[in-house]
Design a protein around this ligand. Structure first.
Ligand SMILES: Cc1cc2nc3c(=O)[nH]c(=O)nc-3n(C[C@H](O)[C@H](O)[C@H](O)COP(=O)(O)OP(=O)(O)OC[C@H]3O[C@@H](n4cnc5c(N)ncnc54)[C@H](O)[C@@H]3O)c2cc1C
Length: 426
């Protein structure tokens, strides 16, 4: 008697209910980007698939991605775009799943894509297109969905899996764990999937929020909220520069946001976790030297001594920022250029070049785009995403201890896992 027969026998014998245990080729836990892609690809290969989703709908997070446009991959795809502690893991995945492979998979599924400076989107630039495409392909190929369904246990019996969910049992030849990380819990990724992986002996490396904003100490943020400025953002620990990012910084009422800040935030989160005190220095004029700015200042003072300092500054930076910088340099709002002495000029110029900001926290899991940390990837086979600890168990997507930069890298990783796992199962 095989496992399925045994389960059905037990059910019948104990009169648990009249329903038989359903048998699937692939049971996918989590109906997000990676789970839906796996279900679509496996079902198109003729596999009988079940998606178990604990939310009332699938793919909620997909709809939020890329500001509603869904940045599915990036043509500039390098190992350095990812944080991953295991040597060779990402190299292997990227060598098997290039951006063009992801684009090709979408084209095969029936969607065209659009490239904007290397950032790839669905041609319609609507995230709903991605979600609807994946769900439609699943439905057409007979994928079954269980919504609002919590998995109580997954047991591995005779190289098969018995999944217990909402007092029902389902049997699968393969199981895919695709429950995401812990970012934006309201989309369903609440970290509950880690416990399922731990049951199979997997370890979960410490998780922190990544691709998120920074909460800063200075009081002037309320005054400069809404300002955007291009600059070079440098992350410091004590006097040592740890990393830097060029791009547009957004000043908010609580601190700093924007792509360069997001890209640095996981390092900040890990530093804060270790009770260290990082700070950020922004060079608001990365292409202009301190000497040149000083010369500009002295010349402006000589030629236009009656102009207000804040007005002069507002010719080179946002007026709100100019006012905050003048205030922080200890100069009155109404001070004229002719009244600014050399030491104040030095202070103001150094603020323009090295605007120092103390970071007190990162915006938490409810606001971050991705989770840093997760299941240790040295327990995962990089060719197939199969667990090295349990045959026919696959773990894909944000559950794993891999996080990418802003720009389509996290969805690329989610889709790469789905593609390689479904290749392996197929
Ligand atoms: C605002 C925002 C914008 C983003 N924009 C981009 C972008 O443009 N490009 C990019 O590359 N990345 C982007 N990301 C990141 C990207 O969306 C994620 O990395 C990606 O969705 C991860 O896919 P996943 O399948 O691993 O997890 P998810 O997409 O989070 O899906 C996990 C699914 O599993 C379900 N689930 C969780 N636990 C259980 C359980 N115990 N039982 C059953 N079901 C469960 C969840 O409800 C969810 O449906 C963005 C993220 C956010 C929050």
């Amino acid at each position: 008697m095989n496992c399925l027969d045994f389960l059905n026998y037990i059910r019948a014998d104990f009169d648990l209910d009249s329903q038989e245990v359903s048998m699937f080729d692939v049971v996918i836990i989590g109906g997000g980007a990676s789970g839906l892609m796996t279900a679509a690809l496996c079902s198109m290969k003729g596999k009988k698939c079940l998606v178990v989703e604990h939310m009332p709908v699938c793919g909620k997070k997909i709809l939020m991605t890329g500001n509603g446009k869904c940045n599915i991959t990036n043509l500039e795809m390098y190992r350095d775009n990812y944080n991953c502690s295991e040597d060779g893991f990402m190299e292997q995945i990227l060598s098997e799943v290039s951006p063009n492979r992801v684009i090709e998979v979408f084209e095969n599924l029936g969607m065209l894509t659009r490239d904007r400076d290397g950032y790839v989107y669905p041609y319609s630039e609507q995230a709903a297109a991605v979600k609807n495409l994946l769900v439609t392909r699943c439905m057409e190929n007979g994928v079954e969905f269980l919504y609002e369904c919590e998995v109580a246990a997954i047991e591995n019996i005779d190289e098969r899996f018995v999944i217990t969910a909402d007092n029902m049992s389902y049997e699968g030849k393969s199981v895919i764990l695709a429950t995401g990380g812990m970012s934006y819990k309201k989309t369903g990724s609440d970290g509950s999937g880690y416990a399922l992986a731990k049951k199979f002996g997997h370890t979960v490396n410490h998780c922190v929020p990544a691709l998120t904003a920074l909460i800063c100490k200075e009081k002037f943020f309320k005054e400069i909220s809404g300002v955007r400025a291009k600059g070079n953002v440098m992350l410091y620990l004590d006097d040592k520069i740890m990393s830097s990012e060029l791009g547009e910084v957004q000043f908010t009422d609580y601190g700093l946001s924007g792509i360069p800040i997001f890209n640095l935030s996981r390092d900040v989160a890990y530093m804060l976790k270790k009770k260290k005190k990082p700070h950020v220095i922004i060079d608001l004029f990365p292409n202009i030297s301190q000497e040149k700015l000083t010369t500009w200042f002295r010349e402006s003072k000589r030629k236009y001594p009656k102009t207000k300092l804040t007005d002069s500054l507002s010719y080179i930076i946002n007026v709100k920022l100019a006012t905050a910088i003048a205030k922080n340099a200890g100069v009155s709002y109404s001070a004229k250029m002719g009244e600014i002495d050399d030491s104040r000029i030095g202070k103001i110029v150094s603020m323009l070049k090295t605007f120092e900001i103390e970071v007190v926290n990162v915006k938490g899991f409810d606001y971050c785009q991705v989770t840093a940390g997760g299941i240790n990837v040295n327990e995962i086979d990089a060719h197939s995403f199969e667990s090295k600890l349990c045959k026919n168990l696959y773990i894909i997507g944000e559950m794993l201890d891999v996080d990418g930069m802003c720009g389509g890298y996290n969805l690329h990783f989610a889709f790469a896992g789905a593609i390689l796992a479904s290749d392996s199962i197929g």
